[in-house]
Each structure stands twice: as structure tokens, then as C-alpha cells.
Design a protein around this ligand. Sequence first.
Ligand code: DX5
Ligand code: ZN
Length: 224
Amino acid sequence: MIELAPSILSADFAHLAEQVRAAAEGGGTVLHVDVMDGHFVPNITIGPPVVASLRKATELPLDCHLMIENPDQYIPAFVAAGADWISVHQESCVHLYRTLQLIRSHGAQVGVVINPATPVETLTEVLDIVDYVLVMSVNPGFGGQKFIPGALHKLRKLAELRNGRGLNFRLEVDGGVSLQTVGEVVRAGAEILVAGNAVFGSGNPKTNAQTLLKAALEATLQKV
Ligand code: DX5
Ligand code: ZN
């Protein structure tokens, strides 16, 4: 099943609730929340207080993508604020297995993320303890960047590994997902499509989400 996860990074933060509602009306079923600390990535965004406000503003699951150092220190606060899904970067976790177990112990869905330069093989030992794998298709830190095509073979490889090992994790992709790239992303196996600029960048988030989702669903029909 394909799901659209609108990323609020490109939303108008002064009208967040309204924008989130519009994206949900357009078919968004998961809300992607980008958390950046100015250390792991060169940008600063939001923390648990905004997640707590979002929790009151929408019923969509909140997918918190932690682009931060020392995520273990903040995972409890994000869960307490209302995060339903939490993903951490392989690159930011020395004790990745422990961090993923920590997310699980707090009752959130467990995700692991890899940057464009990180091979899929770095995840071999954790694939059986995650609910989803997030493949970055841009360098994390900013919205509205160009899709990096190397993400496609990583998605294919993860889908193969999953089938070969009989695992159930889902595949999420993040960065540069647009009407131009969504087809190949879906055909490569992505199931949860994060989209910031394509939904909130310009125009109406509701129709933007509808158009993107329609293109994604059409691509699944062409999938061989
Ligand atoms: C980038 C973030 C993304 C970002 C994607 O570091 O992780 O979630 O919002 O934005 P677009 O869809 O504009 O590439
Ligand atoms: Zn993200």
C-alpha cells in the first residue's frame, strides 16, 4: 500500500494546523516531522513542543525523523509529546541496535534512516528489529532539493533483502519526491512517500497531495 507523508518542513508554520488539515484532505495519511539540531545537519527546526501541538491538531500518525546527535537523550520526550513513529539515522548512532530498542521500549514504531552515501549493507543486522527503513534521496537538512537517483537501487536492494529474509519492514523515501520522480520511486519499491516542497511549496496543499498521490498510484499499476 502506498502512503503519502507530507513533510511540514515546507509548510507555513504560522498556519500549521490549517496546512496539515489540507494535506490530510488531499490524501496524506502520515505526517512527517523533520527534527534538526544544527549539529548532525546544518539546519535547526523544531522540538517536542511543536510535536505536542501537532498531536492536538491532527489525528494522523506523527512520523518524527530525528536528524540529531544523541537521539537517545530525546526519544522519551518525543514519544511523550505524541510521536507515533520515530526514525534515527544510522550515521548518528554508535549503538544503533540499542537506540532502536529504546524507541521500541517507548512504544513507538521504529525506523532507521540512511544518508545518500551510506550503503544498505550497514543495516543488515538491524533489519529484523525495525518497522520501516527510510532511504534519504537528498542530503538531509533542507527541503526543496534535487532527487539523488542512487536512492532507487537502494530501495530495490532493501525490497530484495526483505523478501529474501521474510521480513516485514516498510520502505520510506525522503527528499526530492515530486511529480517528476514519484513514478520511479514507487516502481523501485517505496511505500511511504515523504513530500515537503511538492505538497506545501506553492499552490494548494490539498490538490498538490491529491495529484502526487494519484501519480504514485498510477505508477504502482505499471510496476512489474
Ligand atoms: C530533508 C527532510 C525532508 C524534507 C523533504 O532533510 O528530511 O523530509 O522535508 O523535502 P522535499 O520533499 O521538499 O525534498
Ligand atoms: Zn525527513
